[in-house]
Write a protein that binds this ligand. Structure first.
Ligand SMILES: [Zn+2]
Ligand SMILES: [Zn+2]
Ligand SMILES: [Zn+2]
Length: 255
């Protein structure tokens, strides 16, 4: 049997209980062979300690992986958010390219938000999985027909026991990504509408900005399972520094 890391021939190899690979004595520990299941091998308390004591030496990243069921959850979530996004597109856009652009942009807005949570969680050493919430999905579906919009079909659940600080950071990146997209969209739509006032492209880009502003604002409400509460309970200042811009951007989008 050869070691999976250094390829050294080993008569009595060590089998890793987490990834199942065989290693030599030197590479037998999950840390030593860069085990892809290192997050399972580490206890949450150890991650906490590493994070708080040794700031610059972060725990190992968890590799980005998307299971089939998580992808399905994300696809249904995107479809719901895209449907709500279309109800915000009040004016006449009729042609296929603009329709395709709107679908793509709405889907991307939602995916960027959720995947930002997942990426940040994994960067901090936690596994995280997106899951639809039945109530959230239902309310988002009803928002297609109601003037009151709820856009929260599900959430990224962080596994393990993250600190309040880690939880707030993981929560903040979702709305932050939407604020960034909104700023870029609003600026681009200004340029587009000046360049060609007759084209619906500027309007589509503007609505993508409005949808992102609303996604940020809604998720920053400091209630229940929303991102806002996790940021708010860790730092009111950090929360306000995200909430105020997203409120202004949403107001700009609707008036
Ligand atoms: Zn080895
Ligand atoms: Zn391993
Ligand atoms: Zn979120």
């Amino acid at each position: 049997m050869r070691c999976a890391v250094c390829d050294k021939e080993e008569v009595l190899p060590f089998k890793c209980a987490y990834c199942g690979q065989y290693h030599c004595a030197e590479h037998r520990l999950p840390e030593a062979h860069g085990c892809k299941y290192l997050h399972l091998a580490r206890s949450p308390i150890e991650i906490e300690r590493v994070e708080s004591v040794v700031r610059e030496r972060r725990p190992e990243r968890v590799a980005m992986r998307l299971s089939g069921s998580e992808a399905a959850n994300l696809a249904i979530g995107s479809a719901l958010v895209t449907a709500v996004g279309f109800t915000l597109l009040r004016t006449g856009w009729t042609d296929l390219p603009h329709l395709a652009l709107a679908v793509g942009a709405f889907t991307a807005s939602f995916l960027v938000h959720e995947l930002a949570h997942k990426y940040e969680a994994q960067r901090l050493g936690y596994s995280a999985v997106f899951k639809l919430s039945p109530i959230g999905a239902l309310l988002t579906l009803l928002s297609v027909f109601s003037p009151l919009k709820v856009i929260a079909p599900g959430a990224v659940n962080v596994l393990g026991i993250p600190s309040a600080r880690a939880l707030a950071r993981i929560a903040a990146v979702g709305p932050t990504s939407n604020i960034a997209i909104a700023l870029v969209c609003y600026a681009s739509s200004l340029v587009l509408q000046l360049a060609s006032p007759a084209s619906p492209l500027g309007r589509v880009v503007f609505v993508v900005g409005a949808l992102n502003s609303f996604l940020a604002l809604f998720n920053l409400l400091p209630f229940g399972p929303l991102d806002g509460l996790k940021v708010f309970s860790y730092s009111r200042r950090a929360w306000a520094s995200l909430f105020v811009p997203s409120l202004l951007l949403t107001l700009y989008g609707y008036f």
